[in-house]
Design a protein around this ligand. Structure first.
Ligand code: LMR
Length: 451
């Protein structure tokens, strides 16, 4: 009997997930393996839990850093693990513009708590597309884009990946090496096969542009390519505009499908338009493009889980059919998205004054991070810390990929109570003028005493 396309897609997904389970459980080098370990069959004796054989999973490599930090009683402890903005006083920041929008929402007695449509808040979707694609985008004018509200960047990536696993003929996605730790899991669990392309060159602590071109150049036609729109996580290394243009040409000439992860618009350079240039270049050429947007960092809406998935198509009727299928992905996953965060974003994006105020607050956050880069670089120079640290100044966005190795990171955590991911990534947004000397002391000690 012939299988329906949905059944066939589900089968493919199961077999990809099963393959993933096998590889992750046999590869000791993956930190997060435990989460996929299949426990032996539950032959529970009377009174014993059927889950008694479950293998305890390790903490998440990024969010687990905060768990460890929270347990540390030291007064000098410093969390540079998770990418979350802190003020000069080391406190989380709620933007003024967000407080204002929330006040407007709370005082509006006409607002109700009904379900949103499956695709989310209409205004939010329209305004999010405009924000990333630009006011004058031909894709918006021609109704070539469908945008659906999702649960921040992760949810947008996952919905896009589930859609691709069901409806796209190529199931291989190329992601940069290294990349954000969650990417591989998101795409694997959606049923895609994950391969990597070279991105970072440890020797220069910059972009391995030649490796990137070679790997994408030898990818099979139609393969999906994950690109970080700006402020690459974890390296802070972005292609130049000229390099983006060459990447675009290569991707289009090989009919690869670009899937942008845009988690830091406005956070890298301080300008929303500048940080969207890579995406706009691709959308401007009329080809298909996927974009996952997050408002976690640029509006500080981390826990509100606000994001959007946009799929740019070549024709309006295709975009509308794509949207109808996205609803079938979303409805059984979480039914429809939450209303509060998206309402905050829409309130800010549609009000000229609030929008302007947001751009100023965003610029101030980006500038503070740039200042932290300078201060850390100067502090290491003042200590004569061996090595070339100019990449701290050159890298962009929330993170610096320090080049410190796992042992050095462990040393800094043990001796200095500084928490960071084991790959040597530090969140510059978690630093302040007060804590820079402590970090510089720790880095100096790590580099001079631990190989
Ligand atoms: C990070 O990379 O630290 C952030 O994107 C937070 C997360 O969810 O991993």
């Amino acid at each position: 009997m012939k299988k329906s396309s949905e059944t066939a897609a589900a089968d493919r997904r199961l077999s990809t997930v099963a393959r993933h389970l096998i590889t992750t459980t046999t590869n000791n080098e993956e930190e997060e393996n435990g989460s996929f370990m299949i426990s032996s069959s539950p032959t529970a004796a009377a009174g014993q839990s059927v889950f008694s054989n479950i293998v305890g999973a390790p903490e998440d490599p990024i969010l687990g850093v905060t768990v460890a930090y929270n347990k540390d009683p030291s007064p000098v402890k410093l969390n540079l693990g998770v990418g979350a903005y802190r003020t000069e006083e080391g406190k989380p920041l709620v933007l003024n513009v967000v407080r204002k929008a929330e006040n407007l929402l709370v005082n509006d007695r006409t607002r109700v708590k009904e379900y949103l449509p499956i695709v989310g808040l209409a205004d939010f979707n329209k305004l999010s597309a405009k924000l990333i694609l630009g006011e004058d985008s031909h894709a918006i004018r021609g109704n070539l884009v469908t945008t659906v509200q999702c649960l921040s960047g992760t949810g947008s990536l996952r919905v896009g990946a589930e859609f691709l696993a069901r409806h796209y003929y190529q199931h291989t996605i190329y992601i940069p090496n290294p990349t954000w730790g969650n990417h591989t899991k998101i795409f694997n669990l959606a049923g895609l096969t994950v391969k990597t392309y070279r991105y970072y060159d440890p020797a220069t602590r910059g972009l391995n542009f030649q490796g990137l071109q070679e790997d994408l150049g030898s990818a099979p036609s139609g393969a999906i390519v994950l690109l970080h729109a700006c402020a690459h996580n974890p390296t802070g290394v972005d292609p130049t505009l000229e390099q983006w243009e060459q990447i675009r040409r290569l991707i289009r000439s090989k009919s690869l499908l670009p899937f942008f992860d845009s988690a830091y618009q406005g956070f890298a350079s301080g300008s929303l338009d500048k940080d969207a240039q890579s995406v706009r270049m691709f959308v401007g050429d009329g080809g298909e493009c996927f974009i996952a947007q997050s408002y976690a960092k640029n509006l500080g809406l981390y826990g509100e889980r606000v994001g959007a998935l946009s799929i740019v198509c070549r024709a309006a009727d295709v975009a509308s059919r794509v949207e109808s299928q996205l609803k079938l992905v979303i409805r059984p996953m979480y039914s429809n998205p939450p209303i509060h965060g998206a309402s905050i974003v829409a309130t800010i994006l549609k009000d000229r004054n609030l929008y302007h105020e947001w751009t100023l607050e965003l610029k101030a956050m980006a500038d503070r991070i740039i200042t932290m880069r300078k201060q850390l670089f100067d502090a290491l120079s003042a200590r004569g810390t061996p090595g070339d640290w100019s990449h701290i100044l050159k890298q962009i966005g929330m993170f610096t990929f320090t080049g410190l190795n796992t042992k050095q990171v462990a040393f800094m955590t043990k001796e200095y109570h500084i928490y960071m991911t084991s790959d040597g990534r530090i969140s510059m947004a978690g630093l302040s003028s007060r804590t820079v000397p402590h970090l510089a002391d720790a880095m100096h000690a790590a580099v001079t005493t631990v190989v």
